[in-house]
Design a protein around this ligand. Structure first.
Ligand code: SF4
Ligand code: SF4
Length: 205
């Protein structure tokens, strides 16, 4: 008798669990769709979203603080000599910033590199998309971007003429942000003969 009861209980549990599962499926059949037709539609990013960095080369003193704070050692910095902030202009002067690169194959977007920066020149950005064909291409050379007047990497598809309005607006925002400092970004890549600021000045920025 016990086993017959168990038999019917099993049938009941099976039907009940299938009904429960199917009722959830059915509910989603009639729910409002939340599929986003990216890239035609803009993704909804939160204000403090941590995307691919944007970098102000002209303010970087190549002090390595960001690289030291990075838990996965994915920031690479090379300089031609000591760099200091010129307090009069807020621009770094001294040796050339020869390389500033981040390997996004390793980066985990923790933002730990941004906080210790004494000149506030490395920031988490609002770019969420960076496809690449090779692992090497995942390493973004920000100093090469600076030569093109860019502060942040762009996905390949964003370099096409024909792109959705939201993407055009975002790209324009990035360009407008970089435009006033384009010349300084280029200068940062070469040695500067300007008088470096005093040590306490650089620390103050
Ligand atoms: S976000 Fe985190 S993992 Fe990425 S470069 Fe900065 S410190 Fe390193
Ligand atoms: S902490 Fe800031 S100033 Fe120092 S190397 Fe990094 S980005 Fe440049």
């Amino acid at each position: 008798m016990g086993s017959a009861r168990e038999y019917f209980q099993n049938i009941f549990d099976t039907v009940r669990t299938i009904a429960t599962g199917m009722s959830i499926t059915l509910k989603y059949n009639f729910a409002k769709t939340i599929t986003l037709q990216y890239p035609d539609m803009a993704p909804a990013l939160q204000p403090r979203y941590r995307g691919f960095h944007w970098f102000e080369a002209e303010k970087c003193i190549a002090c390595d603080q960001c690289a030291k704070a990075c838990p996965v050692d994915c920031i690479y910095i090379e300089k031609g000599g000591p760099r200091k902030i010129d307090k009069a202009t807020g621009i770094a002067v001294g040796g050339a910033l020869e390389r500033y690169a981040i390997d996004y194959a390793k980066c985990m977007f923790c933002a730990l590199c941004c906080d210790p920066c004494p000149t506030d020149c490395i920031h988490m950005g609002d770019n969420h998309d960076l496809s690449a064909y090779t692992r090497e291409d995942m390493c973004v050379e920000f100093t090469d971007l600076a030569k093109e007047g860019k502060q942040t990497p762009e996905p390949y598809w964003m370099q096409k003429e024909n792109m959705p309005t939201w993407a055009k607006e975002k790209k324009n925002r990035w360009e407008e942000r970089a435009k006033p400092v384009r010349d300084e970004m280029l200068k940062a890549l070469k040695p500067s003969t300007a008088t470096p600021a005093k040590k306490e000045d650089a620390a103050a920025h």
